[in-house]
Design a binder for this molecule. Structure first.
Ligand SMILES: [Zn+2]
Length: 233
């Protein structure tokens, strides 16, 4: 088989955690929990690797509004500029959130509706208190990047060619993970009915950005998914 025909698919399930789902999550995403049946349907497919990610923050994480001073410490409303801890001249503006997905708390658990017995791997992210980390692959700084999860390396060592992405939230961690996956050289498919986002407008922009980066938006019952059912090593 020619290498350009190589196909080895992985499923990435982004941050399907209690704190991101209503009604009790600290930052419940509208209808976040409703994607569980789609996620479970995808977990039944013969992906080479089924990976779930978890936002996994220490209590002093920089993305928590509670760790900043007034007046710029309002969850959802406040944005702060943070500098690369390894290079003070690289700066980014980032949104502040309620405390969420704190390590070893129920809010950080994957929602009970998802069939976790079918997961091959769980990757934790966002442990470095100094940087935001929406993407499962690493933080957004580049000069240099501060922390990487090692997932890209794991996928590449195993010969994975295609990443199928679902989860929460479309306009934040899904988008950043998709953009990084495309940047790492994977073919990326976003499962439209397997994602939910924070802001409606943000989701539209997110899909535009993801598609511009080369990702394709598909439905979980679309013809593109058939290839996953029949691939062979
Ligand atoms: Zn977070």
């Amino acid at each position: 088989m020619a290498s350009e025909d190589a196909f080895k698919p992985a499923l990435l399930i982004i941050d399907t955690q209690n704190d991101f789902c209503g009604p009790d999550g600290s930052m419940g995403i509208p209808q976040g929990r409703s994607i569980a049946p789609v996620v479970n349907k995808l977990l039944d497919l013969p992906f080479f690797l089924r990976v779930a990610t978890k936002d996994w923050h220490p209590r002093d994480h920089i993305s928590f509004a509670s760790n900043h001073s007034a007046p710029d410490n309002k969850p959802y409303d406040s944005f702060v500029t943070i500098a690369n801890p390894l290079n003070g001249s690289e700066k980014q503006t980032t949104r502040l959130w309620p405390d969420h997905c704190i390590q070893d708390t129920p809010g950080a658990d994957i929602i009970a509706e998802i069939d976790q017995g079918k997961l091959d791997m769980v990757v934790e992210k966002g442990q470095d208190p100094r940087v935001e980390m929406y993407s499962v692959f690493g933080d957004p700084f580049r000069n240099p990047q501060v922390t990487r999860s090692g997932l890209a390396e794991t996928l590449k060592i195993n010969g994975v060619t295609d990443c199928y992405v679902c989860g929460l939230a479309t306009d934040y961690c899904v988008k950043s993970s998709v953009l990084d996956a495309a940047g790492e050289g994977f073919k990326v498919w976003v499962i439209k009915d397997g994602v939910k986002g924070v802001d409606t407008q943000g989701c539209e922009q997110a899909f535009a950005e993801m598609e511009k980066a080369g990702a394709e938006a598909i439905q979980s019952d679309g013809m593109e998914i058939e290839r996953v059912k029949h691939w062979k090593t």
